[in-house]
Design a protein around this ligand. Sequence first.
Ligand code: P6P
Length: 344
Amino acid sequence: MSFSDKVITIERHIIDGERAHPGATGSLSGILRELSLAFKIIYREVSKAGLANILGLVGRENIHGEQVKKLDAFADEKIFETMDHGGFLCVMASEEHDDIIPIPPEYPTGKYVLLFDPLDGSSNIDVNAPIGSIFSVYRRMTPAGPGTLQDCLQPGYKQVAAGYVVFGSSTMFVYTTGDGVHGFTLDPSIGEFVLSHENIRIPAKGKTYSINEGYHEYWPESMKRYIAYLKSNDTAGGRPYSGRYIGSMVADIHRTLLTGGIFMYPGDSRSPQGKLRLMYEANPMAFIVEQAGGRATNGTQRMLDVVPAALHQRTPVFLGSEEDVDLCERFMRDRGAGPSGGNG
Ligand code: P6P
């Protein structure tokens, strides 16, 4: 069996996908191909961060008042540089930039919009915990010319592609274009992302919950009751669940996607909208989880139906296995004692 028969690179998978859509112009494939290059470049720096003295703070804050570490800025720069000239995009937006990022006038514009979190979980860089990049792609709304904020502020159900790369014990690129979710593991020996998880499906019900329990006192009572229920002893009901929380959204959601369960970053008395960003964190992850058979909500409605009002708006996030998210919603809807014993 030849090498090419055994190994399906992300480029080959994208081309095969494109052939399945005769009307495809190749732009979306081009975006995914260029992004995989950007992620390889970021991988090279992440994998030697401890040695390349790239650690430490750039010494400036991003718009959210968070110290920006050099790798954040590096990842942001590399994604922009890789994506700005291909003629696929009319505008970009990044967690690291207050406003939308125009395509330089010397380059052609295209029909797509790219939003991204260049390096999420950056607080984990210095402790060698998993980190990742997240992206979301839409078709432009405006007819032509430079893309606008309106092109960026679309509800999540209009995404045409979304994905992430997780820099962990191995480096994986996971994406969907609406035809299921597929995972590719980087083989450094050939410098290629190779298909390793075709058509990922999230279990209907899991055994783990993922939330920062340090904020327990700030949660709404319904959240406290739900988490207490998951921790209660009911062997037949599959409880107690195990707690798993890395504090890196990409890693926590990647685990939830593969093994099931529920990831939560709720709003609380200090931050009613929580911490995570709708446009380039919650929406792309919601698209992926739904495509894998799971659910994603902001606690009151389907995440992908939320109509955005601002580029960097925050949202509470509850996503994962369908049955787990359903039960979580029942607890949150029932402000009283919660469903009788949950009966999950
Ligand atoms: P907390 C990382 O800083 C991040 O943006 C997400 O990756 C992660 O899920 C969350 O914040 C962790 O926040 O408040 O639990 O430390």
